[in-house]
Design a protein around this ligand. Sequence first.
Ligand SMILES: NC(=O)c1ccc[n+]([C@@H]2O[C@H](COP(=O)([O-])OP(=O)(O)OC[C@H]3O[C@@H](n4cnc5c(N)ncnc54)[C@H](OP(=O)(O)O)[C@@H]3O)[C@@H](O)[C@H]2O)c1
Length: 380
Amino acid sequence: MLEISNHDLSGEEAYWLVHMQQALALAENVTSASPNPRVGCVLADGSEVVGTGWHLGTGEPHAERMALLNAGDRAKNSTVFVSLEPCCHVGRTGSCVEALREAGVARVIIPVIDPNPLVAGKGVQGLVDAGIDVIRLIDFESQARAINLGFFKRYESKRPYVRLKLAMSMDGRTALANGESKWISGTESRKDVQSIRRLSDAVVTGVGTVLSDNPQLNVRDSAGVKPVGQPLRVVLDTQLRTPVDSRIFDAAGPLLFLFSGEGDAVVDRAEALRARTANVERVKVCDAEGRADIASVLKLLLEDYGCNEVLIEAGATLAGGFISEGLVDELIIYLAPKLLGSDGRPLLDFGEITSMDLAPRFAIASATQFGEDLRIVFKR
Ligand SMILES: NC(=O)c1ccc[n+]([C@@H]2O[C@H](COP(=O)([O-])OP(=O)(O)OC[C@H]3O[C@@H](n4cnc5c(N)ncnc54)[C@H](OP(=O)(O)O)[C@@H]3O)[C@@H](O)[C@H]2O)c1
């Protein structure tokens, strides 16, 4: 496999940049394919695109197969631009390496190697063994990884990619002392939250938020864009205190309650919640306070529910737990130009930090204005 930088491309090869960019854009358009990656594919004959495809999730054809089908006879001798190394294993759908070999493509261009150990370089080797040239455009690697942060995290850290979203006032408060938090942020910010939910495989909250805000936590039709799928909504509810008439049951989308409390009353409440079509599971691992152990919750979501990307939308208690455990990859703050005063609820509730060296640190990744608010994205 040749590894080439964009600066080394000249003449006809300059089209490669355009085709690779299109393959990445097709991948980016997929809301979620979890537990699989978002993948886009473009087949080209010189400057001309002869086929396109993308992958919509488990059981659906892979992007390469869709593009081959779309190109028909024109796939022969074409150059294939795919946003991730093609797979070489036979899962629910056949191996893409085999499909590309059968179609007689001339060359495959990728930005990044698949982290899944079943593929991880074996796809490239399979193509080379079939006499197909393989080129990796190294300058597209970070863009390709950014489209599949959760998929890479799954294989590189055995965890989902975790975003924590909070709306706060200028003085760092997330609710009034009486619990009211509707609305700290404005309509534009709340629309933006819908787009983050749409990318998420699960939205996790705590029972404190359910009791005070009565949220739905699903993806709703916003800005004229119809939601494609709904994320799994997860409520960490130690004693199953969620009322059965909560709005969360009325909204579209799957629902999971995780509890750890004991006793007949909890068993009865579990039955009542199940009757409202929710999955209700007892967690296997608890923290020192007998609540769900959050690292284990993430493991459960990754392994049993196929979640690559998880969004936390909770109050200071659960949000603070995720931060103090070092489990947040991305912190998204909507800063509203309001002051709620020192009696308001804090942003995060976690134990005392005794030295500046021990303070959890993030770097600012972006700052964007939404209406009157500022969205600041911090990454670890
Ligand atoms: N501004 C914002 O972005 C925003 C977002 C959401 C909520 N809020 C506001 O936040 C307030 C609610 O805050 P909150 O802190 O009570 O709610 P929370 O963090 O959503 O829920 C906390 C509860 O979750 C349960 N839980 C289960 N496992 C847990 C674990 N491992 N760690 C921590 N908690 C776990 C606990 O219930 P048990 O006590 O039964 O064990 C705990 O009391 C409301 O006023 C709401 O309006 C603001």
